[in-house]
Design a protein around this ligand. Structure first.
Ligand code: AMP
Length: 289
């Protein structure tokens, strides 16, 4: 596994691999790697001949007052975590390498970026789509791996790749969770012990929604109320949104007669967490059954 810090060096390594006929996979990350990231890495090494993991805390996707400065950065530990996985290259550039002093070009996806994360974090998706485009331009992968943890982000990237004719397959991998249900996140390290306990409420509210749908409830407003009621029992949990949305458009649904995504974002103390879950209504039982 080789570490590259410049665009030119990683390009040369990828070009050499491609010349040998290898398929190229990329896993974009911001580092502070955990088992969620590593599940994407594993999927990539299985599917592709040459795996590039990128580690870059992208300043343009953080808003003013967000946690860009305190975001955990630990390249040494990340390289150790990646060592057993058969990764070929790690690309960990500096800010200066990625954004020149006169950088002024951004990629903007409309529509699907507007609600939820887009509304709570203005400019966030513009930063994501810009950096992902730049990483795709540099690495020129055949396949790129994203996590369902950031459901809307994966949808935005899919939209961008389709709209801009990028010849890249996007694969989305399932959410990896702690045993108690909390979705793994690099931001979980910010939580105090008490906040960590309360943070379970996000996944618990999604479990509740799944249970209600499995029991036959089809009204999104009622399900949303039950989720909010569950979350409100935790004093340090401040909900930003709870939504039941169409998996393709992120628009709220009026009824649940096809799979929907339940999505939640909340501050737990000072830490902003997101989670989601696909809710699939059971097929209506046939008459007389
Ligand atoms: P990040 O480093 O937070 O930008 O995440 C990099 C990639 O890892 C994104 O595609 C995330 O969706 C994915 N990811 C983060 N947490 C998880 C998780 N718990 N399970 C699966 N994928 C994850």
């Amino acid at each position: 596994m080789q570490l590259f810090e410049t665009r030119q060096a990683i390009r040369e390594a990828v070009t050499a691999a491609r010349r040998e006929g290898k398929t190229i996979g990329v896993v974009p990350t911001m580092g502070a790697l955990h088992a969620g990231h590593l599940s994407l890495v594993e999927a990539c090494t299985k599917a592709c001949d040459f795996t590039v993991v990128t580690i870059f805390v992208n300043p343009t996707q953080f808003g003013p007052g967000e946690d860009f400065d305190k975001y955990p950065r630990r390249l040494e530990a990340d390289l150790e975590a990646l060592a057993p996985y058969g990764v070929d290259a790690v690309f960990a550039p500096t800010n200066e390498e990625m954004y020149g002093p006169r950088h002024s070009t951004y990629v903007v996806v409309e529509g699907v970026t507007e609600p939820w994360e887009g509304a709570c974090r203005p400019g966030h998706f513009r930063g994501v789509t810009t950096i992902v485009t730049k990483l795709f331009q540099i690495v020129q992968p055949d396949v790129a791996f994203f996590g369902q943890k950031d459901y809307q982000q994966a949808l935005v990237v899919r939209r961008m790749v389709a709209d801009l004719d990028m010849p890249i397959e996007i694969r989305v991998c399932p959410i990896v969770r702690e045993p108690d249900g909390l979705a793994l996140s690099s931001r979980n390290v910010y939580l105090s012990a008490d906040e960590r306990r309360q943070a379970r409420s996000l996944s618990q509210s999604l479990e509740l929604a799944a249970r209600l749908v499995a029991e036959g409830l089809r009204d999104p407003a009622t399900i949303r109320e039950c989720m909010l009621e569950q979350l409100s029992q935790h004093p340090d949990v401040r909900v930003e949104y709870v939504a039941l949305v169409d998996p393709e458009t992120m628009q709220e649904v009026a009824s649940i007669d096809a799979p929907v995504v339940a999505a939640v974002a909340a501050f737990v103390g000072e830490t902003r967490l997101i989670d989601n879950r696909l809710l699939t209504p059971a097929e209506p039982s046939s008459a007389g059954a």
